[in-house]
Design a binder for this molecule. Structure first.
Ligand code: AMP
Length: 280
């Protein structure tokens, strides 16, 4: 059974007394990546919530808040096509910002969270403050037992894990693998801004990550990878960043780092695309 709810009070009322809620926060314009998170939630919980909310506080001036695709009807149809069986799924689509920010948009700060100042944090000042604020508010409304996030937004996932620790929120944050199209491009609502030709250009990002991963696996040298990254960035100015980092806290990788991840932000005609690849 699926039900669309627009009011926070109604959602709280429906969910009261529920103790095993699975939750997937999204900004809508759902694609197979979102659906994989929703399917995982459905397979683990009787009661599930998917929120669809384009959160204004995580967009900076001049970003795509106004242009961001809002496709609620189509999103609900896509969710209905999933095998819900006897499960309950609530689509929470707040009808106004008031539902989430009844007393104004006071933000909490992600500044002291590990890894918040690099990559997307450096590129989009204030973005993660808005993100952790809305996630905290949504968790306080929904009280999920588990919340499912994509590893595609790896930095976001790391910060949400710190958020629940910091505020003792009893929600388990689960990260799930990035869904890709056949050509390797990570699925993203922002891919819809791109023409077929621009999509071809965008493939530079996953291909570069694959190439760098293969390089690392060939000789286990983080220095070699760093050197190659510098060459790539010098040749292709569309990389807003490209880095090999410590996967635990996004600090700079060195030869002793146990868990390594490659992260990149590649800009195609003004559209900033994110991707990452675990190396070890
Ligand atoms: P968004 O609607 O972009 O805010 O994304 C909502 C959730 O879906 C986040 O946890 C994202 O990390 C996740 N997500 C976005 N794209 C993908 C993808 N290609 N594969 C898996 N999860 C994704």
């Amino acid at each position: 059974m699926i039900k669309v709810v627009h009011s926070t009070n109604e959602l709280i009322h429906i969910l009261k007394n529920q103790t095993d809620i699975g939750y997937v926060p999204t900004m809508g314009n759902l694609h197979a990546g979102h659906l994989s998170l929703i399917e995982r939630s459905l397979s683990n919980h009787q009661i599930n919530v998917v929120s669809i909310y384009v959160n204004p506080t995580q967009f900076g001036a001049g970003e795509d808040f106004e242009a961001y695709p809002r496709t609620l009807e189509q999103d609900v149809k896509r969710i209905e096509e999933l095998a819900l069986k006897d499960k309950e799924l609530l689509v929470f689509a707040p009808h106004s910002d008031q539902e989430i920010y009844p007393n104004g948009k006071t933000l909490i700060s992600a500044e002291n969270f590990k890894g918040s100042q690099v990559f997307e944090g450096a590129l989009r000042p204030g973005h993660f403050d808005g993100m952790v604020t809305v996630v905290k508010r949504l968790f306080e409304i929904i009280h999920p037992a588990k919340a499912y996030f994509g590893e595609k937004d790896y930095q976001q996932l790391l910060l949400v894990k710190q958020l629940v620790k910091e505020f003792n929120i009893p929600t388990e944050v689960v990260g799930l693998e990035t869904a890709r199209s056949k050509n390797g491009l990570a699925l993203s609502s922002r891919n819809g801004y791109l023409s077929p030709k621009q999509i071809e250009q965008a493939l530079v990002l996953p291909k570069t990550l694959q190439r760098l991963r293969a390089l690392y696996l060939s000789n286990n040298s983080t220095l070699d990878v760093q050197k190659t990254i510098n060459e790539i960035k010098a040749q292709d100015r569309n990389f807003n960043y490209l880095a090999l980092a410590n996967a635990d806290d996004l600090s700079v990788a060195n030869e002793q780092t146990a868990n390594l991840i490659l992260l990149g932000n590649y800009e195609v005609s003004g559209v900033k695309l994110l991707d990452n690849l675990k190396v070890k």
